[in-house]
Design a protein around this ligand. Structure first.
Ligand SMILES: Nc1ncnc2c1ncn2[C@@H]1O[C@H](COP(=O)(O)OP(=O)(O)OP(=O)(O)O)[C@@H](O)[C@H]1O
Ligand SMILES: [Mg+2]
Length: 242
C-alpha cells in the first residue's frame, strides 16, 4: 500500500487555544477515509494543514511524499493542482456560467489553451456529476444540491489525485445527500482518487467510507470500519452511530 497522506504528531494552537494535540493519520492510495467528530474538534483545521492553508506548529505532514511545510511557493502551487479541496460553499464565480466556471481552472491552473480539450473535459465532468443540462446556467440559477455537484465538477476537472471534502452534504435533503455521497464513491472508483471526507452525516459516512476515524480533543481516538465502530464497547464512539 502506498501512503499518500501522512500525518505524524501534528500539533496546532491558535494563541492559547490548543486545537490539535497529537494527530496521526495515514491515508493510502485509493482510500476514502471519513473523519467524524463533534463541532470544534479540529477537523477542518487538519485538512487546512494538509493543503497548506495553515501550518502546524509541530509534527510531520507529508502529501504525496513531500513535507508540506518545507515547500516553496511554486512547489506548493504545484502540489495544490494535485489536491482538490471541496469547500462547503462550492466557491463558484457568480458572474460566470457553469461552462466558464469549469474552463477557468483549466486555463488558469493547468494553462490549457486547446478549446476542444477544454470542451471535452467540461463535458466529461458535467456528465460525471449529472449536470449536462446546466452547462449554460449561471450559478445563481442552481439549487443547493446542484451547486454542490458543480463544486465537485470544478474540483474534478483538474483531475486531482487527492480530494478533501469538508462536509459535502451539509444543508442538503436526505435524498440529495445520498446522491452526493454516491457520487463521491463513484469518483473514487472511476478516478482512483484518495480522499478525506469530513462529515456529520452518518449516511454519507456509511456510503463513502473505507475507514472511519474519530477526532476528539485534538486527537484521533478511534478508527475502524463503520460496522466495527458502530458495535464499539466505548459508549462515546457508539454515540456517533445512534
Ligand atoms: N484561523 C483560525 N484562527 C483561530 N482559531 C481558529 C482558526 N481556525 C480554527 N480555529 C479554531 O480551531 C478550533 C477547531 O476548529 P475547526 O474548524 O477545525 O473545527 P471542526 O472540527 O471542523 O468543527 P465543525 O464540525 O463545527 O466544522 C475551533 O476552536 C476554532 O475556533
Ligand atoms: Mg469544520
Amino acid at each position: 500500500m502506498e501512503a499518500i497522506i501522512e500525518l505524524e504528531g501534528i500539533q496546532k494552537s491558535f494563541g492559547d487555544n490548543t486545537v490539535l494535540k497529537d494527530v496521526n493519520l495515514t491515508v493510502n492510495k485509493g482510500e476514502n477515509v471519513v473523519v467524524l467528530g463533534k463541532s470544534g474538534q479540529g477537523k477542518s483545521v487538519t485538512i487546512k494543514c494538509i493543503v497548506g492553508l495553515l501550518t502546524q506548529d509541530a509534527g510531520s505532514l507529508k502529501v504525496l511524499g513531500e513535507e508540506v511545510k518545507d515547500l516553496g511557493e511554486d512547489e506548493l502551487k504545484e502540489l495544490r493542482t494535485k489536491v482538490g479541496f471541496l469547500f462547503q460553499s462550492g466557491a463558484l464565480y457568480d458572474s460566470m456560467t457553469v461552462k466558464e466556471n469549469l474552463a477557468f481552472p483549466l486555463q488558469r491552473v493547468l494553462k490549457i489553451r486547446d478549446e476542444s480539450e477544454i470542451s471535452s473535459r467540461t463535458m466529461e465532468v458535467l456528465e460525471a456529476v449529472g449536470l449536462q443540462d446546466a452547462i449554460d446556467k449561471m450559478p445563481s440559477d442552481l439549487s443547493g444540491g446542484m451547486r454542490k455537484r458543480m463544486g465537485l465538477a470544478r474540483t474534478l476537472i483538474v483531475r486531482p489525485e487527492i480530494i478533501l471534502y469538508d462536509e459535502p452534504t451539509t444543508g442538503l435533503d436526505s435524498i440529495t445527500s445520498r446522491e452526493i455521497s454516491q457520487l463521491i464513491l463513484d469518483i473514487q472508483k472511476k478516478y482512483n482518487t484518495t480522499s478525506i471526507i469530513i462529515t456529520h452525516d452518518m449516511s454519507c459516512a456509511r456510503i463513502t467510507a473505507n475507514r472511519i476515524v474519530i477526532m476528539n480533543e485534538g486527537k484521533f481516538i478511534a478508527e475502524g470500519s463503520y460496522e466495527e465502530l458502530e458495535k464499539s464497547d466505548d459508549e462515546f464512539i457508539r454515540s456517533f452511530f445512534n
